[in-house]
Design a protein around this ligand. Structure first.
Ligand code: MF3
Ligand code: CO
Ligand code: CO
Length: 320
């Protein structure tokens, strides 16, 4: 099947789904701290997506061929986990780095994005990996325009990451996104300029490089002889791995990042177009950064490590 070209109406739907996916990460940000478990984060995100945003967490029950149904509403990939980490009961620790990957379905459209979070105070090495991976994603995004080739994106990411002394994971890639979670094309994060598909206005795909501090090789996570969970991928050499992800539209003149919200990290200086006018046109935040959640979202147990006062009922939500 060919790469779908989105209509103006489709793009409106994708803008909303993308903003909501980004706002889930904004909402989670103050909770990503020592003592909070990745299951706590999953529960918060699930409640927010379903009750506040009236959307659907795309990962919950997602079962592509050869995989068991994914059991959570987001992925939490910690330290040496490359991707698809499943939330569990282990509390985050000072110095951890964690990727949180959220995909929201709204009105049938998928918004897919992820960010790295540094838990407390991490090493300079860990922080540099997160920063370089963020810039590597943007090195790919700024290549997006009609007439450019997918190989241009992969090459820009690979060159930047390898010059920084890191390696690019080959087995997982970005993907077309829209009415389906994973569509054509595959968006490799390595490659040669001037190769592969030519970009056209109306294409939408993710750019989501996984960058390892050590070697590029990966393996299934079978730590401690546990049976494989069917999803979690780690670095073969157990070095740290980082990832960032945006969903990006090819416009008539360049790109538009769809997964943007008021909490989106500032693009690097070389990305002069940044989020364009997109950010300015967004409605007021559905949730100010750090605002407490409605009490119901936290259940009776609350979140380990957060004081009760953090759980007070917040201002009413404005949601779309
Ligand atoms: N959100 C991931 C991506 O960027 C896919 C996660 S699939 C899951 O493509 F089942 F692991 F959640
Ligand atoms: Co994706
Ligand atoms: Co994703």
């Amino acid at each position: 099947m060919a790469i779908s070209i989105k209509t103006a109406a489709d793009i409106e739907g994708m803008r909303l789904a993308g903003r909501l996916a980004s706002e889930v990460l904004d909402m989670l940000t103050p909770y990503v701290r020592p003592g909070v478990t990745t299951k706590d984060i999953d529960r918060l995100a699930h409640e927010y997506m379903t009750q506040v945003q009236r959307g659907i967490p795309a990962t919950l029950g997602y079962a592509p061929p050869g995989y068991p149904a994914y059991p959570a509403s987001l992925c939490t990939s910690l330290n040496d986990v490359v991707c698809h980490g499943i939330p569990d009961d282990r509390p985050l620790k000072n110095g951890d780095i964690v990727n949180i990957d959220v995909t929201v379905i709204k009105d049938g459209w998928h918004g897919d994005n992820s960010r790295m979070f540094v838990v407390g105070e991490a090493s300079i090495a860990a922080r540099r990996l997160c920063q370089v991976t963020f810039e590597a994603m943007w090195k790919g995004i700024v290549k997006v325009r009609p007439g450019a080739r997918l190989g241009d994106i992969g090459h820009a990411i690979q060159t930047f990451a390898e010059h920084a002394g890191y390696s690019v994971v080959r087995e997982f890639c970005g993907h077309g996104v829209g009415a389906r979670f994973h569509e054509e094309p595959q968006v490799l994060h390595y490659g040669r300029p001037g190769t592969l598909e030519t970009l056209q206005p109306g294409m939408i795909f993710t750019i989501e490089p996984m960058i390892n501090a050590g070697k590029r090789d990966i393996k299934e996570d079978r730590k401690g002889g546990r049976p494989y969970d069917g999803w979690t991928i780690v670095t073969r050499d157990r070095s740290l791995s980082a990832q960032w992800e945006h969903s990006v539209l090819v416009t008539e003149t360049g790109y538009e990042v769809l997964t943007v919200s008021h909490g989106s990290p500032e693009p690097p200086a070389f990305a002069t177009a940044g989020y364009g006018e997109r950010l300015g046109r967004l409605p007021a935040q559905t949730l100010p950064p750090g605002a407490p959640l409605p009490s119901g979202l936290l259940g009776t147990s609350g979140i380990a490590g957060l004081k009760d006062s953090s759980l007070a009922i917040g201002p009413a939500f404005a949601t779309t």
